[in-house]
Design a binder for this molecule. Structure first.
Ligand code: SF4
Length: 366
């Protein structure tokens, strides 16, 4: 399907169901004997209203729709980011309750078997539940990301790999392995939560209400369109380009067909995004293959403390990332990888609160 389908509204469950009803005739047919796996974004244990995680009402709308096809036991599978327990996220984000209500299984993929697959010159470990799915439904949040600028369909599949692979992706460039992963796992539908994604941080905290849900089958098309909704062009996001190069899909163009439903529900005003905050803070950071959780914690901490404090009192860049493992360096390191820095803040990843407190102490001592 080369079109993008968008519906607006605050009745999230009903609008999701309606969007599926409106568009599903053009999409691959479901059969009741299929093993259907739903992959939301539960990167952290924060409710969806904070702009990081998938609204459970969207997944509920999908579950109800699947029932119309006789599919009563879809599986919800996810592995939160490094340092977060998926079980906590399932509970906090409302998925435990949802699973009980519908009698569906939730799977923490941090505990799943991992199978190796080759793609684009890489060997990638992938959680088996996704490889064994007959029908995969990707339900990402459209939001910003400290390192990759944005995250949506393509990057959400990074939740389909074990923690060891999440670390390794950051070591091998992040963008290429994300695109390569999408040549192996090819979700049948992408149902995008565009209700109130945070345009700055993957882990939320600055939700911006847009009240939209998007649906399509081409993740390159959807992500390149999503980039424009966040104020970027696809040129700024490398993994979208690699994905196009690998033949996963086509870029959004001016003449791409967009079917919009319930446009009367479109919010009158969408707050300007603040994604440039990350760009403002980036010159203070020397990133050498940092994991997302680590990098985001540092950005949050610097933002909380106020950029001006650092301009005056800290003259060196902060060191962060796996590239600093075993390397001596001056200045302040963030995370266990930077143990050999002059000062370092422990944790893998350290929390933003730990970084704030330790930096406060360091500044005081200066
Ligand atoms: S300390 Fe940070 S960068 Fe290093 S492995 Fe842990 S989370 Fe990743």
């Amino acid at each position: 399907m080369t079109t993008i389908n968008v519906i607006y509204g605050t009745a999230i469950l009903e609008r999701t169901y309606e969007l599926l009803q409106e568009t599903v005739t053009t999409m691959k047919h479901l059969r009741s004997d299929m093993k259907v796996v739903i992959k939301p974004n539960l990167v952290v244990a924060k409710p969806a209203r904070e702009g990081a995680t998938t609204h459970p009402e969207i997944v509920e709308g999908i579950i109800r729709f699947l029932r119309d096809f006789g599919i009563t036991k879809p599986v919800i599978a996810e592995g939160s980011w490094l340092g977060e327990q998926t079980g906590r996220a399932f509970s906090c984000c409302g998925y435990e309750v949802l699973a009980k209500r519908y009698g569906v299984q939730i799977i923490d993929t941090k505990k799943d078997n991992v199978l190796k697959k080759n793609a684009c010159g890489l060997t990638l470990g992938i959680c088996s539940v996704f490889l064994e799915a007959d029908f995969l439904i990707n339900v990402p949040v459209l939001k910003g990301h400290c390192q990759t600028v944005m995250t949506c369909c393509l990057k959400n599949l990074k939740g389909c790999i074990p923690d060891s692979e999440k670390r390794r992706y950051h070591n091998i460039g992040l963008h290429k392995p994300i695109a390569a992963l999408n040549t192996i796992l090819k979700p049948d539908w992408h149902v995008i939560d565009g209700i109130c994604g945070d345009p700055v941080f993957e882990e939320g905290g600055n939700p911006v209400t847009a009240n939209r849900i998007l649906l399509g089958t081409d993740p390159v098309l959807l992500d390149s369109y999503g980039a424009t909704l966040l104020g970027y062009s696809a040129d700024e996001i490398d993994y979208i380009h690699y994905a196009q190069e690998y033949g996963i899909g086509n870029l959004f163009r001016e003449d791409t067909k967009i079917n919009e439903f319930r446009t009367e529900n479109r919010p009158k005003k969408i707050t300007q995004n603040q994604s440039r905050l990350v760009q403002k803070l980036a010159p203070l950071i020397e990133d050498n293959n940092a994991c997302s959780a680590c990098y985001a914690a540092l950005i949050f901490a610097l933002n909380k403390l106020g950029i001006n404090n650092f301009n005056k009192q800290i003259t060196e860049t902060f060191k962060i990332g796996q590239g600093f493992q075993g390397k001596q360096s001056t200045g302040i390191g963030i995370g266990d990888c930077t143990k050999r820095c002059e000062h370092y803040i422990s944790g893998c990843p350290p929390s933003a609160a730990t970084i704030v407190q330790t930096l406060k102490n360091l500044i005081k001592d200066k």
